[in-house]
Design a protein around this ligand. Structure first.
Ligand code: PEP
Ligand code: MG
Length: 322
């Protein structure tokens, strides 16, 4: 098995009937790049930048961030790199940025909400990203977008910082794609509207499942409700993918579901373009997709969308994909 996977290291990811998808990696630091390349990653689908801010006692400077982003972009040598802006709050806290206690931190002042409020922090990160854009194929992604207004505000700030840099004589890439994470149900439902304004979607199923099922992703008492195969989740995923394609945009997935062997057949059938997962899952997933026919998986997905429960969906997948 290891030998078969090794042969796939530098191959494209094609289904048995020739549909190509991209298998990329989730990373938390430039140190993870080595693993991405060793496991045949076709790019980075999610760089969680919050780790740059954690385990220290002050904010990272613009230059510190610039170096980290440039290292990742250069390391990937022109392959796509999706960098997510700061997603702090919820379960992640910074000792030097005290946030008020909240009754429901996962429904609270986190991620893009915090960044739009603390624009000093946000703008520093955006400048570092824009300056680093000259060194590779950068795509910028905003987390926890719930409304179109939030996306427009975040994008306007990004474009302002870009104009400032250009005016100061700095170079900025002209081909940076700007996308959002779809991890809040309102955004999945409104995907057709968002698709007209964003360059891409990346579905964050870790949060999308928690918010759709109203089940805390860390609470074992309600883990039975944390159901990736629930048809409600599959229907939301379908809405997002279809909406993006209608506008000529692409959709990826960077939640754990993207590397789940029983979800991959469904996601291929639903038309997902990019699967982002831990580097160690990439070759195994490439080998799986090679054995799946896109046409058959489309039929499987169509059936699954009409089933009543998560268990029925999982059963069906297991029946079809042996
Ligand atoms: C997600 O919510 O699916 C995701 C990828 O982001 P995180 O796990 O960092 O919240
Ligand atoms: Mg998330």
């Amino acid at each position: 098995q290891q030998e078969e996977w090794a042969k796939l290291l530098n191959e494209k990811t094609l289904s048995s009937d020739g549909t190509q998808v991209e298998l990329v990696a989730n990373i938390g630091s430039p140190n993870d790049l080595d693993g991405v390349l060793r496991h045949g990653g076709e790019g980075v689908g999610l760089y969680r930048t919050e780790f740059l801010y954690m385990g220290r006692d002050n904010l990272p400077t613009e230059d510190e961030q610039f170096i980290a982003y440039k290292t990742v972009l250069e390391g990937m040598d022109g392959k796509p790199v999706v960098i997510r802006t700061l997603d702090i709050g919820g379960d992640k806290h910074l000792p030097y940025l005290p946030l008020p206690e909240e009754m429901n931190p996962f429904l609270g002042h986190r991620a893009i909400r915090l960044c739009l409020d603390r624009q000093d922090i946000f703008r520093t990160q955006l400048r570092a990203l824009l300056r680093a854009s000259n060194y590779g194929n950068l795509k910028i992604m905003f987390p926890m977008i719930a409304t179109l207004q939030e996306f427009r505000s975040a994008k306007a700030i990004l474009l302002e910082e870009k104009a400032n840099l250009l005016a100061a004589g700095e170079a900025v890439s002209e081909t940076i794609e700007i996308g959002i994470m779809v991890e809040i149900p309102s955004t999945a439902v409104m995907a057709d509207t968002f698709a007209k304004e964003v360059d891409f979607f990346s579905i964050g199923t870790n949060d999308l499942i928690q918010y759709t099922m109203a089940a805390d992703r860390m609470n074992e008492k309600v883990s039975y409700l944390y159901q990736p195969y629930n048809p409600a989740i599959l229907r939301l995923v379908k809405m997002v993918i279809d909406a993006s394609h209608k506008e000529g945009k692409w959709t990826g997935m960077c939640g754990e579901m993207a590397g789940d062997e029983h979800a991959v057949p469904l996601l291929l059938g639903l038309g997902l373009d990019e699967f982002s997962m831990s580097a160690t899952s990439i070759l195994k997933t490439r080998s799986l997709i090679k054995r799946l026919s896109k046409v058959d998986m489309q039929a499987l997905a169509t059936e699954a969308l009409q089933l009543a429960t998560a268990d029925e969906v999982l059963e069906k997948v297991k029946q079809i994909v042996k």
